[in-house]
Design a protein. Structure first.
Length: 136
């Protein structure tokens, strides 16, 4: 497992505007911390170049693991997971209050695999909205 150079990690965080590139959680909303994710895992020949790296909260990164695909909960077909370097977040996801809604099979599958709408995550987002904070 290769380490990501500190300067590279800093560029990845800045490119992500300091939020998880999957669920859009901000570091100040999490006590678990954030990591640099290999979008294509190293065990699948993914490299540590910036084009294969994403800023991810520990929750999303741990649930994503080495996965690059999952099962779409709507049609039951295999769909790739959201790829922050190839896909545009707004094309796939939209907020419905505290719930992240998937507009595409990619988004629905990503939400399912990463547990983005699990009870704890939705409760946190409801609290943030109640306090007047924007999720995006």
């Amino acid at each position: 497992m290769s380490r990501v150079a500190p300067a590279t990690a800093a560029r990845v965080r800045a490119r992500a505007q300091y939020r998880c590139e999957y669920c859009h959680r901000r570091p100040e909303w999490s006590s678990l911390g954030f990591q640099i994710d290999h979008i294509i895992a190293q065990k699948h020949s993914g490299d540590s170049q910036e084009g294969n790296l994403a800023f991810a909260c520990l929750r999303c990164n741990a649930r994503k693991g080495p996965n690059v695909a999952g099962v779409d909960p709507v049609d039951g077909k295999i769909a790739k997971l959201f790829h922050p370097r190839q896909d545009t977040w707004q094309d796939h996801f939209e907020w419905h209050d505290a719930w992240l809604f998937g507009k595409t099979a990619i988004a629905r599958t990503t939400i399912q695999v990463l547990g983005i709408n699990d009870n704890d995550a939705v409760l946190l987002r409801e609290t943030l909205l109640f306090e007047g904070l924007a999720l995006d």
